[in-house]
Ligand binder design. Structure first.
Ligand SMILES: [Zn+2]
Length: 412
């Protein structure tokens, strides 16, 4: 059927109808890319809000047939059904109202914030979408991402957020208007486009009037709570991330729990966790400095020990066990002792469950011994891993100290 029909948009004026009986006008197998296997269905009326204005379509059922997507084409609303229905048949439309309600909370919160920003700064809303993410427990979280065309500092954003929450507490009505083009001329409203035909305005009484195609709440108190999560400069203006309603309450519960864990760990007061963390970081930084100093002193002690051993022992290839040293210390140990020693020095360090890590270096004047050849032999005879250059090789070896000692003795 190719007759253009105007679908009655039930959701435009009442977003709270969860079930509705509609008559099927047409139903054809879709040939659109991405919709293969679905049935494009038009009904005389619908409670399904189509995709548009930065928001996905409603989801739900026609009787027990799933509605996979809803799109708008001209004045028709096309429902993409998973199976076929017959023209003339009456179907009961059912939407996922919990999802719609969450979307309305976030969407109307965005209207409120935009309205307050417009009233204070005169900025326009130049971008909007609802970002929907499902966590690992299957919980959907919605955030509203909105762009305005001018800068706002952090302090002003806090004031806007407080003003929005006061407007929520005031419990003012929210409703949609469908003015004629003549009536529209007399109304002052926010809009991205200068359209007066088929206009739909969403009014938050006393705070905002904005052209919008999405379902809206009945009162500001249903937004419950709005929180500006993030703000950043964007194309000369600002991009704000908002969270509202049940999602904002969920976020508060989550953050309260995080804060409680920090309180417990740091034995701090509820409203003092940031200061406690800052104090802890200061302590950690001092303790880190102390550790670096102690490690240097330990390396120096090992250096003295190694120097005296190299003096008393004229072996060309030396292995030195320093299980408590880390990689940086071991490299420093070689750098401090190799020059002028005319020797190869292998340091076995960071012993962990029978595995040593090793680093091998040499006096650069010692040309007749190849470090890569030693590494190769270690791989073959000690099942070691690793390699490197002629200046330094490194890796790991799982072998007993006496086996490693006898391996290096044999090389001399
Ligand atoms: Zn809107």
């Amino acid at each position: 059927m190719n007759i253009q029909t105007k679908t009655k948009r039930v959701f435009d004026t009442d977003a709270y109808i969860k079930e509705y009986d509609a008559t099927v006008i047409s139903c054809v197998r879709s040939e659109k890319e991405g919709f293969e296997g679905l049935f494009e269905t038009v009904t005389d009326a619908t409670i399904f809000s189509p995709e548009g204005g930065g928001q996905k379509s409603d989801v739900g059922f026609f009787d027990d047939i799933e509605v996979a997507d809803v799109r708008e084409e001209g004045e028709e609303i096309i429902h993409f059904l998973k199976s076929e229905v017959k023209p003339g048949e009456t179907v009961t439309q059912k939407i996922d109202f919990d999802l719609r309600f969450k979307r309305m909370q976030n969407h109307n919160a965005e209207h409120l914030i935009c309205g307050l920003i417009h009233a204070r700064f005169g900025y326009d809303n130049v971008g909007f979408h609802l970002s929907e993410n499902t966590d690992e427990n299957g919980n959907l979280r919605i955030e509203a991402i909105m762009d305005v065309d001018g800068p706002i500092d952090t302090e002003a954003l806090k004031e806007i957020e407080l003003a929005a929450n006061k407007a929520i507490a005031k419990n003012v009505p929210i409703y949609a208007l469908l003015p004629s083009s003549e009536e529209a001329e007399k109304i002052n409203f926010r809009s991205k486009l200068d359209i007066r035909e088929n206009l739909r305005l969403v009014v938050i009484e006393g705070f905002d009037v904005c052209a919008c195609c999405a379902p809206c709440l009945r009162s500001s108190s249903e937004i419950q709570l709005v929180k500006i999560l993030d703000s950043m400069p964007h194309r000369g203006g600002m991009r704000l991330t908002l969270i509202a309603g049940l999602d904002a309450i969920g976020d508060y519960i989550f953050l309260h729990d995080e804060n409680r864990q920090i309180m417990k760990m740091l034995s701090s007061e509820r409203n003092n966790t940031a200061e406690s963390v800052s104090n802890m970081l200061e302590k950690a930084s001092a303790s880190h400095e102390e550790t670096v100093l102690l490690k240097k002193q330990i390396t120096n002690l090992f250096t003295e020990k190694l120097v005296s051993r190299l003096k008393n022992d004229d072996k060309k290839i030396n292995v030195f066990f320093a299980p408590s040293l880390d990689e940086v210390q071991s490299r420093n140990l070689i750098n401090e002792t190799a020059a002028g020693s005319m020797a190869v020095i292998a340091v076995m360090f960071a012993k962990n469950e029978g595995t040593y890590r090793f680093v091998i270096g040499k006096d650069e004047n010692l040309k007749d011994i190849s470090l890569n050849a030693i590494a190769k032999k270690m791989r073959e005879e000690l099942s070691a891993r690793g390699g490197g250059s002629e200046q330094m090789v490194q890796g790991s070896v799982s072998a007993a100290e006496e086996d490693i000692v006898s391996f290096f003795d044999k090389l001399n």
